[in-house]
Design a protein around this ligand. Structure first.
Ligand code: ARG
Length: 262
């Protein structure tokens, strides 16, 4: 009788331990899935290389870097169980940072181009845009065709730089490290036009007196996140996270939050 009771108690205790062991193992495993399934440059971190001179996608506000790309990557990092770390570098340093393995991702309103694809793999497109031509309010430039023989300001290494150099030649293009510097040069009459992505262009027009954006589009842009060439593991994880954010409506929510003033 005593023995029986003891045996039952022992069995119950063992069952409990087995259950606990299962439970413990299960949660340890699923945690590990999030954290360990994607290898990053620094374990536990997701390092995003960007150039925070591109409102509303990435910009400085006090000591912080904010914007659409920041929030998207924050949400991606959360889904992967990683902590987002931002590296703010010159725009033309972003791809080298990723290619050399210093950063995990490039997220900078970066347009997918054939050239860039030689050095980085791109995620699915998460936003589209166009580029606009900014001129002084009283300018006679009314469209792309009037830019021949003019001085065009661009941010170094951007598609504005690449396309305008192709279209109008090396001598026509004046390169700045930030688009805002080009806009200031425009407002001072040092150059005739600036080419920049439309949402950033609109922010600059609101901020700087005496300039306007022309209606016609200069180019089409499709933004994607870049990862080191061949890192399909991270690329797939980013694409899966982006797809989830899209279906959850989170992607739209982030974009709307930063563009609703327009
Ligand atoms: N979409 C353009 C490009 O890919 C401009 C991007 C500029 N982004 C930035 N963070 N400054 O070249």
């Amino acid at each position: 009788m005593k023995m029986k009771k003891f045996a039952v108690a022992a069995i119950i205790a063992m069952m409990g331990m087995t259950l606990m062991a299962c439970g413990g193992k299960k949660s340890a495993e699923s945690k590990a899935e999030g954290a360990a399934s994607v290898k990053t440059v620094n374990a536990g971190k997701l390092i995003m290389a960007t150039n925070a001179e591109f409102p509303p996608y990435e910009y400085h506000e006090g000591n912080e870097i904010k914007g659409i790309d920041v929030e998207i990557c924050q949400a991606v990092a959360e889904k992967l169980g990683l902590e987002l770390q931002i590296e703010d570098v010159a725009f033309d340093a972003i791809i080298p940072e990723v290619a050399s393995g210093k950063a995990d991702l490039a997220a900078a309103g970066m347009t997918v181009t054939e050239d860039r694809k030689q050095n980085m793999d791109f995620s699915d497109t998460y936003a589209t845009s166009i580029q606009l031509i900014l001129v002084q309010e009283n300018s006679s430039i009314a469209g792309k065709e009037d830019l021949t023989g003019k001085k065009i300001g661009v941010q170094l290494g951007t598609t504005s730089d690449l396309f305008s150099t192709e279209d109008f030649g090396e001598d026509a293009v004046v390169r700045y490290s930030k688009s805002m510097e080009a806009v200031q040069a425009l407002s001072q009459g040092k150059i005739d036009a600036v080419i920049v992505d439309s949402q950033t262009a609109k922010e600059f027009v609101n901020e700087v007196k005496g300039i306007k954006a022309l209606d016609s589009s200069y180019s089409d842009e499709a933004y994607a996140i870049g990862v080191k060439k061949g890192n399909t593991e991270l690329l797939n994880a980013v694409n899966a996270a982006l797809a989830e954010l899209k279906s959850e409506g989170k992607l739209d929510e982030i974009v709307t939050k930063y563009t609703k003033a327009e």
